[in-house]
Design a protein around this ligand. Structure first.
Ligand SMILES: Nc1ncnc2c1ncn2[C@@H]1O[C@H](COP(=O)(O)OP(=O)(O)OP(=O)(O)O)[C@@H](O)[C@H]1O
Length: 298
């Protein structure tokens, strides 16, 4: 039966480094069985949020609760239920894939048969006896995933696991992650700077920008959000497209100088800010529906 206690609940989570606010007052909820996409441009605060959820850093303000327990007071018990892939995976290159998993298995006292099961699950059985140094990047990512999954964690926290993979590697990883909730009820939090890369796998999403939470909800809600229509000078259309891509919002070109940006109303000031800071003149920026919120910038 699905638990009603959120797997992750944060209240006003904030992280400040000297003058820099990396995460600003973020209140987030992730329920069991969700594949939750954490989206945002580089520097949006995704890794900071993940590090706070793992207790690798302490918040400047606010609180994180995992499995219904405050992280600060129950870190070891909570971490025992989590598998995380945060930095680049490291391996013993001179050991085979299976031997690398054996090292993890022994450290964590996991039954031996899980190694074969995990190699099968990530599709590395055939190359299990090859040295990890000879693996492609995609195979290394899958080996890292097998290591994370050995202990059957209830929650997986994956920081851009498709980074550096080619399109077929991305597809494989996506198909694999999609199966996890049905395999054994796992909950997955996965970060990406591109909505297009995760939209086919996530069930829910949160969009971060400059440390602020712009949106959280189901993919269904995201898809049904009103559109913001943006009209731009032709000479800067290409630059605008690049700037908009960095916001993670889906964009659809309309003619040479106009775009539809699929974004919530609340994101309009942020979109304008992105474009202005990229040196783009905005001729017109307005929500497609709800004309009362129309704003025209000089
Ligand atoms: N230790 C630190 N000291 C100072 N500033 C930091 C530190 N760690 C992160 N930041 C800043 O906090 C902001 C958020 O960084 P974070 O790494 O969380 O972003 P991100 O969304 O994960 O981006 P990326 O995709 O580039 O990893 C950035 O502006 C970053 O420069």
């Amino acid at each position: 039966m699905q638990s009603t206690i959120p797997i992750i609940q944060t209240y006003g989570l904030t992280k400040q480094y000297a003058e820099k606010i990396a995460l600003n007052n973020v209140s987030l909820q992730v329920q069991q069985g969700q594949i939750f996409g954490l989206l945002g441009e580089n520097g949006a605060g995704k890794t900071t949020l993940m590090r706070l959820l793992l207790g690798l850093q302490k918040p400047s303000a606010g609180e994180a609760r995992l499995f219904g327990q405050p992280l600060a007071a129950n870190r070891s018990a909570i971490l025992a239920k989590i598998g995380a892939l945060i930095e680049n995976p490291s391996f013993y290159g001179h050991l085979t894939g299976a031997e690398n998993l054996e090292v993890i298995r022994q450290m964590r006292n996991i039954p031996k048969k899980r190694i074969g099961e995990m190699l099968e699950l990530v599709g590395l059985s055939d190359v299990a006896r090859r040295r990890a140094a000879t693996y492609s990047l995609g195979m290394k990512q899958r080996l890292a995933m097998a290591g994370v999954l050995l202990g059957q964690p209830e929650l997986l926290i994956l920081d851009e696991p498709t980074n550096g993979l080619d399109p077929s590697g991305i597809r494989e990883m996506r198909e694999f992650i999609k199966r996890l909730p049905s395999l054994y009820g796992a909950t997955v939090v996965i970060s990406s700077h591109l909505l297009s890369e995760v939209e086919m796998m996530v069930t829910h999403t949160a969009i971060l920008s400059k440390g602020n939470l712009l949106f959280q909800g189901s993919m269904e809600q995201l898809r049904h959000m009103v559109h913001a229509r943006i009209v731009l000078k032709t000479t800067k259309a290409e630059a605008a497209r690049t700037a908009l891509q960095l916001t993670s919002f889906q964009i659809t070109p309309r003619g040479q100088e106009s775009f539809i940006v699929h974004a919530p109303h609340e994101a309009i000031p942020f979109i304008a800010q992105c474009l202005v800071s990229a040196g783009i003149d905005i001729l017109h920026l307005a929500p497609k529906k709800a004309p009362s919120k129309t704003c025209t910038l000089p």
